[in-house]
Write a protein that binds this ligand. Sequence first.
Ligand code: NAD
Ligand code: MG
Length: 392
Amino acid sequence: MQRVMVLGATGSIGLSTLDVIGRHPDKYRAEVLCANRSVAEMAALCLQHEPQHAVMFCPDAAEELETRLSGRVATRVHAGEAPMVDFAQSPDVDTVMAAIVGFAGLSAALAAAKAGKRLLLANKEALVSAGGLFMTAVREGGALLLPVDSEHNAMFQCLPCDTQARPQMARVEKILLTASGGPFRGRSRDSLHNVTPDEACAHPNWSMGRKISVDSASLVNKGLELAEACWLFDRKPSEIEVVVHPQSIIHSLIRYVDGSVLAQLGQPDMRTPIAYSLSWPDRVSAGVDILDLVKTARLDFESPDLDAFPCLRLAYEAIDVPGGMCAFSAANEVAVDAFLSEKIRFTDIDQTIAATLNCVTLAEPTTLAEVQALDRAAREAAGAFISDVSFR
Ligand code: NAD
Ligand code: MG
């Protein structure tokens, strides 16, 4: 029985994880559930899964959750980040699903890595911001790091060995990272000035949280995933090629020196990579529709348009600068928040990232405090740029 802690339980990945867990009560148990502030959603999950503990980041939300659950279920309620970090290292937890959105998920994910947990990583921003530190924690803590991001999970499935033992990795010639292209594929940058948050969040294939949906529309997500793949599989950016594949049926491919190209295919449903990361090296059913190739009929491919989507170009530049992707990701988080609350335009997102990268002093952060300081500096720079933009 794997006792699972779900960080970000009320989100898109959290709910899909709990759906898979609920299908296999003989194998997995939801032991600790954590979220930010969504009390009603968390109360429903606690009544359904009866975890030992529930943690709300927001103290008011924790109080309200306690009132709602009182006398109905034995779940103990906690507040703040500290209990998340503690439970991520607890001997009562075997597996940690890191599915908090953004930099906010770093401390708990890092704690799980250091404590040597089976760590299912959806929270790519944590790895992108703290790459070297994160991978060192995984190695030294003896954690088993399993990628949940669909592309990286596909790469993991097509690579010769698990991430820890990779004698044949030298025979990998290229990693082909697929991108759907998002809702604005085929559009020019000029046509994107007035797109709304709802238009940006209307992803053609995937149903996801709003932050990652905007990231997919701007191709920031592919930039983050490029960095994520470099860290996970110990590759240089030049060894990874982004290929736009609008149907999101192939989730990524590995090209070997002998010309073989291995791909993982499946429905665009996160329960497949989640189930694989929960069950690896075994497999379990995930409730996902079968892939009917005849119905799918077409698989198309094209190159990404870096003029229409300059965020991906910025990521290619930032990835070569130590600390660059930490600042990139922080600036993007600030910009996406501002775009979602209609303070800036969609096309101001790349401007914010570029301005931040230009004015923050970049260096590879080697401690958590340094990562947090760089993240903070980038947020301040992005915030200052945005207040100028909002007055335009
Ligand atoms: P979401 O917005 O749907 O959910 C985010 C979750 O994080 C919520 O449960 C929220 O309560 C929680 N949260 C936010 N701040 C918190 C804090 N300070 N403390 C505790 N909990 C907090 O997001 P999502 O789409 O599920 O994405 C989660 C992560 O997974 C992101 O990093 C995203 O990039 C990654 N990811 C998502 C998908 C997807 O299909 N949704 C695919 C690949 C990767
Ligand atoms: Mg992805």
